[in-house]
Design a protein around this ligand. Structure first.
Ligand code: SAM
Length: 293
């Protein structure tokens, strides 16, 4: 089998198939065996795992996943990669490629289809491992977190700045509504930073691999998740304003109502949204929710 971590092999495959790399699809192929090991180790794969991959590309990560997991289902949007994947995955009976847009895939249903008597029958846990196409990092993450997909962990490579936002704590410039959404559902941990040089073609930005382990239960008690995320977005709507002004600017309630809500929740209205912890947001959202009833 040809080594997909070798730049000359990658270029040879691309030329042989007359494949045109599409920047618009976030196509930067990883060529570093050490980074691939770090990604696969962070997923702690066992033969009982059914692993999903988004964007297998030429199949470099897919091959490693197939060696360690029970089954791999890789979702690829670019049909021009399918004949290449047929060749690179030919030795792996436990890997299957699905031609689809990952943003439109119902992963929970796909998992169910593949466990009930199907290809991944007997799988004990679901994981998702991917070197993500960066142009859709945030929507893909939100899709995976909020769609009811019952994964144990996600190990994903993304733009370094986005990974830092996912792990950020209150008070810093990186902390925002994405940090809170991710930390509500998972425990994030950056596994490694990745230089541009290990990709073909090299991307414009540095990357990082992050492990997101699903929480068994949420870190806070909410009366409504929907209201919680609305209030979080409202608080970060205008970052340079005070919490009171930002919340008022969101149009969710009148200024007078927000003053009462903040007082009842014992939160100083002159604070900035980015100083609030997830517990503060839960308190604020639950108080707001009661005012709506
Ligand atoms: N896994 C390969 C690797 O590590 O070398 C390729 C990673 S490359 C950064 C991203 C891959 O995602 C490409 O193969 C691209 O075609 C695919 N892709 C882009 N948008 C997608 C989408 N909406 N759904 C599924 N795959 C997508």
């Amino acid at each position: 089998m040809r080594e997909l971590t070798s730049p000359s092999v990658v270029k040879d495959i691309i030329n042989t198939y007359g494949f045109r790399v599409r920047k618009a699809l976030g196509q930067n192929f990883l060529m570093d065996a050490n980074i691939i090991d770090k990604i696969v180790n962070a997923a702690e794969l066992t033969p009982g795992d059914l692993v999903f991959e988004i964007g297998p590309g030429l199949g470099v990560l897919t091959q490693r996943l197939a060696r360690s997991a029970g089954k791999v289902i890789a979702v690829e949007i670019d049909k021009n990669l399918l004949p290449i994947l047929t060749e690179t995955l030919t030795d792996f009976d436990n890997a299957q490629v699905v031609h689809a847009d990952a943003l439109k895939v119902d992963f929970d249903r796909l998992a169910a289809e593949h466990t009930e008597g199907g290809f991944g029958k007997g799988a004990k846990s679901f994981k998702l491992v991917a070197n993500l196409p960066y142009y859709i990092t945030t929507p893909i993450l939100m899709h995976l977190l909020t769609s009811g997909f019952n994964f144990d962990c996600l190990v994903v490579m993304m733009q370094k700045e986005v990974a830092e936002r996912l792990q950020a704590s209150p008070g810093g410039k990186d902390y925002g509504s994405l940090s809170i959404a991710v930390q509500y559902y998972t425990v994030p941990e950056i596994v490694t930073r990745v230089p541009k040089t290990v990709f073909f073609p090299a991307p414009d930005v540095e990357s990082a691999v992050i492990q997101l382990t699903r929480r068994k239960r949420p870190p806070v008690t909410l009366e409504s998740e929907e209201v919680f995320f609305k209030v979080v977005r409202a608080a970060f709507g205008q970052r340079r304003k005070t919490l009171l002004n930002s919340l008022t600017g969101s149009g969710l309630a009148e200024k007078e109502t927000w003053i009462k809500i903040l007082e009842e929740a014992a939160i100083d209205p002159t604070r900035r949204g980015e100083t609030l912890t997830i517990e503060d947001f839960a308190n604020l959202a639950n108080t707001y929710h009661r005012y709506q009833e």
